[in-house]
Design a protein around this ligand. Structure first.
Ligand SMILES: Cc1cc2nc3c(=O)[nH]c(=O)nc-3n(C[C@H](O)[C@H](O)[C@H](O)COP(=O)(O)O)c2cc1C
Length: 228
């Protein structure tokens, strides 16, 4: 695997940007949990976070240690904040609203609000999700906040979308996906369809992010539909 410090930033990693509405976005009253793990595809997470925030949703973000590494390797993000994840939102006139809607939890803090079934939310998505975290959630391990929040999401019968990325799959991954599906999770691998004839990496990213938003039942304007 190449040393990330030897690699220049990739253009596609800064390209996805949606313009916030000119009117102040009203707070939607909805809140989502976003988990980022050490699977490849950190840019998906940044795009998803942006899409949730510009719609006035509250986002509770938890990033594993390897998720932080992937943010650094793939996006040159070395600390997680609104200004690093969504720099154009941090520069926007509504930046105070976006900042107040982004709550970042340490993954070690299994006593955080999102670890409790008393925390009401509108869905959790793990994007990208590694095989390690897939296995931890399938085993019921609550040893870090991401897997604890996922377990609680399942027990409370909230939506859990697991956007796994790895290929090929071994039987352990397949069995873990089966277990989570039976427990109520939605497994949504990060494999974009090509039927919209994408010509840029951003379009591929939006396809996967749009699918995650659809599964969370969050309306969006990303170009992901075959036909309206
Ligand atoms: C550059 C890089 C890319 C990786 N890509 C993947 C991947 O796509 N899928 C995966 O399951 N693991 C991938 N890994 C390995 C995970 O980071 C590793 O298994 C780790 O234990 C995941 O831990 P976490 O789930 O707590 O983040 C990658 C690691 C690195 C350094």
């Amino acid at each position: 695997m190449p040393n990330p410090s030897d690699q220049p930033p990739k253009n596609y990693m800064i390209a996805p940007k949606s313009v916030p509405p000119t009117e102040a976005p009203l707070s939607s009253g909805k809140r989502y949990i976003l988990g980022i793990t050490g699977a490849s595809g950190a840019v998906y997470a940044a795009r998803l976070l942006e899409q949730l925030l510009i719609q006035g949703h509250q986002v509770h973000l938890v990033v594993t240690d390897f998720g932080k590494r992937l943010l650094a390797d793939e996006m040159n993000i070395t600390s997680v904040s609104l200004s690093t994840m969504c720099p154009h939102l941090a520069a926007d006139q509504h930046k105070a609203l976006f900042a107040s809607n982004l709550i970042i939890h340490p993954n070690k803090d299994v006593g955080a609000t999102i670890a409790s079934g008393s925390f009401l939310h509108d869905g959790m998505v793990i994007l990208p999700c590694s095989s390690t975290s897939l296995g931890a959630i399938a085993s019921g391990s609550g040893s870090n906040l991401l897997s604890r929040a996922a377990a609680v999401t399942l027990k409370e019968r909230h939506t859990l979308v697991v956007c796994h990325r790895e290929s090929p799959l071994n039987l352990i991954d397949i069995e873990n996906m089966r277990t989570l599906t039976l427990a109520g999770a939605i497994i949504a691998p990060t494999n974009p369809g090509l039927y919209l004839l994408p010509t840029t990496v951003d379009e591929l990213i939006d396809f996967t992010v749009g699918k995650a938003l659809d599964l969370l039942k969050v309306p969006h304007a990303l170009k992901t539909r075959w036909a309206e």
